[in-house]
Design a protein around this ligand. Structure first.
Ligand code: ADP
Ligand code: MG
Length: 612
């Protein structure tokens, strides 16, 4: 048994370093932040072997004076907080650093050399720290004309072999390094950055000038996003949110491309992924993630940046306000583009058909700005009849679930010309999947399955707003076995779920009886639906009412509607589909963000054939 005693400064530093310096990328993050705090205009970085053998960073900031060099490397020594001997104002932090921990932490676990020329001095000075051992300062050569600081960190974690063992491959350390540099570079478009990995340039930013965040985003995330995005700029209760978000059609398979900056500090907010999901719920598949670069500006006192030694997380005084602001702004922007699909997708389509069409003349997805008022009864007959407007509960099976099975009549032949409708007159169905329609100026190709899924969702939404979703009784109720927690969660919301058209009851331990399902969905796999809903509900705050998450719930449900691809459609049904799409909001994209139709103009088609 050891007796209690105070740890040595060296051990204290090593322990503390564990929190601040988790891997090479976190050391680099601290060093770049110091450069930015010092007012640097350019920051150049070299990392070798994933930053484990060497990290070198040079900036042209204010520099550190000879007298302060030995202080800079002391624990809890900082120039960034005003401490009157009693308190410091931690509620008003305007620098990236403030804890005075980075340099001593790095010095404790690596071989660190700091060289700096202060802006008020003509000499440069150097200090070395190796595994916590500080050498006396000495003058050094300085190549640059200006002030600045050059910090070299070699053999990171040599002094803490246990940590060294935890390092991943050079490749994954490099990925983390690139991520850190990109995040900081995105936050400061006015500053030039370069990053070399093992001597090879990894990336270099152009200097875009103070205001051009768009240019920086183009450099860092890619031109696709910058050209093809939603622009966000809103303000509520003194909080400003600006930045870019991808169109649903330009999503990614992971959330790595979601950047959040709070007063220009890159933060990793676990809330962001959920918020993005909520905002894009309707228009993006579960496993797809939008690309986001969002900048929040708010009074420093409304956010606590001192919650984590690495300062990568923040706490908002009013998190609900922030969540609401972001979700609202994204949803609004998504709604505005309603049927505008990704422009790059449009040009890909035409590119596949023919080559070298002039971009600006390329056919567009249907823009949806038509002046078209639906007549009171635009559809003569068929399964869509009245559905969009009339949501009184109906006996099962729902008309639309039935319609596909009905034999087609000849009445379609006598349909009036519908060519002047925005989506034209249906002419054919190809591969039992695509509806081809003729309009006055071109051709429309509709993906009937995608379109249908969207229409079901929008219909459910409309029904929800009116009388509630019509239900259909299961003749033989399904019994679905589920994990006890999921059962509990679902059953606690049973009352609310019934308004969504789903009636469930407990059935002993770990099972649920499904009595009624939403009629609009037709025949469904109850087990899959319940599982999906359980997943969704698990992500909610317990006290939250489902109505607050109506879009998520409905969108989950709509996916379970009968599959419409591969079903043969008659002319009446095809035209009914087109007419309903015309009057349905957001019908240009399916629930997963794919376009539901493409419009090619005659003009473009003529060009394709070299007629123009
Ligand atoms: P913090 O950033 O929290 O103040 P650090 O340990 O990162 O703590 O740095 C300690 C101090 O060293 C800073 O407050 C700053 O005065 C000085 N410093 C560190 N890096 C630089 C740099 N690149 N240029 C100028 N001063 C620096
Ligand atoms: Mg710092």
């Amino acid at each position: 048994m050891l007796s209690i005693r105070q740890l040595s400064q060296q051990v204290i530093n090593q322990i503390a370093a564990g929190e601040v310096i988790e891997r090479p990328a976190s050391a680099l993050k601290e060093l770049i932040e110091n450069s930015l705090d010092a007012g640097a205009q350019s920051v150049n970085i070299w990392c070798d072997e994933g930053g484990l053998s060497r990290i070198l960073i040079e900036d042209d900031g204010s520099g550190i004076s000879k007298d302060e060099l030995p202080i800079a490397i002391l624990r809890h020594a900082t120039s960034k907080l005003k401490d009157d001997g009693n308190t410091a104002d931690l509620t008003n932090i305007n620098t990236l650093g403030f804890r005075g921990e980075a340099l001593p932490s790095i010095g404790a676990v690596a071989r660190m050399k700091i060289q700096s020329r202060h802006y008020l001095s003509s000499e440069a000075w150097e200090i070395n720290v190796e595994g916590g051992q500080v050498s006396p300062i000495k003058p050094c050569a300085w190549a640059g004309l200006n002030s600045g600081t050059r910090i070299e960190v070699r053999d990171l974690f040599f002094a803490t072999p246990a940590r060294l063992k935890f390092m991943k491959s050079v490749r994954s350390e490099n990925i983390a390094i690139i991520d850190v540099v990109k995040r900081l570079a995105l936050s400061r478009p006015e500053i030039g950055f370069s990053l070399y990995l093992d001597g090879k340039i990894s990336f270099r930013t152009k200097n875009h000038g103070e205001t051009d965040a768009g240019g920086r985003i183009r450099d860092i995330i890619g031109a696709d996003l910058a050209d093809d995005c939603l622009i966000i700029d809103v303000e509520r209760d003194g909080v400003r949110l600006s930045g870019l978000a991808s169109l649903p059609t330009a999503s990614r398979s992971d959330s790595r491309f979601q950047f959040l900056f709070v007063n220009n500090r890159p933060v990793k907010d676990p809330m962001l992924k959920g918020v993005a999901r909520a905002a894009y719920q309707d228009v993006l598949a579960k496993d797809r993630h939008p690309i986001l670069a969002l900048f929040l500006e708010l009074e420093p006192k409304l956010v606590d940046v001192n919650v984590h030694p690495a300062k990568t997380e923040v706490r908002f005084r009013d998190p609900a306000l922030i969540r609401g602001l972001i979700i609202g702004a994204l949803r609004h922007a998504i709604g505005e583009v309603a049927v505008r699909a990704s422009a790059s997708l449009a040009s890909q389509t035409i590119g596949a058909l023919g080559k070298s069409l002039n971009q600006s003349d390329a056919p567009r997805f249907y823009q949806g700005n038509y002046n078209y008022t639906p007549s009171p009864k635009p559809v003569q007959t068929g399964f869509y009849e009245g559905m969009a407007r009339d949501f009184t509960p109906q006996p099962a099976p729902a008309p639309m679930a039935r319609a596909f099975d009905e034999p087609q009549t000849e009445e379609a032949q006598s349909q009036p010309a519908t060519q002047n409708f925005p989506l034209g007159a249906a002419k054919a169905q190809l591969h039992n999947t695509y509806v081809i329609a003729q309009t006055d100026e071109g051709i429309v190709i509709v993906d009937q399955h995608a379109a249908h899924e969207r229409l079901v969702l929008e219909r459910m939404k409309a029904a929800m707003n009116e009388t509630g979703i019509p239900r259909q009784l299961s003749l033989i109720p399904d019994v679905v076995e589920m994990d006890a927690v999921d059962c509990e969660n679902l059953l606690s919301k049973a009352d609310e779920l019934s308004q969504f058209g789903l009636v469930i009851e407990g059935f002993g331990d770990g099972a649920i009886l499904v009595r009624e399902t939403p009629a609009i969905l037709g025949k469904i796999n109850a087990k899959e639906l319940l599982k999906d809903l359980a997943d969704e509900i698990a992500g909610f705050d317990n006290a939250m009412r489902l109505k607050e998450r109506i879009d998520e719930i409905l969108s989950r449900m709509a996916c379970h509607g009968s599959v419409r691809a591969g079903r043969q459609l008659g002319p009446v049904e095809m035209n009914a589909l087109l007419r309903e799409m015309e009057v349905t909001p957001r019908s240009g994209q399916c629930n997963h963000g794919r376009p539901t139709f493409v419009k090619l103009s005659l003009n473009d088609i003529e060009k394709l054939f070299g007629r123009k």
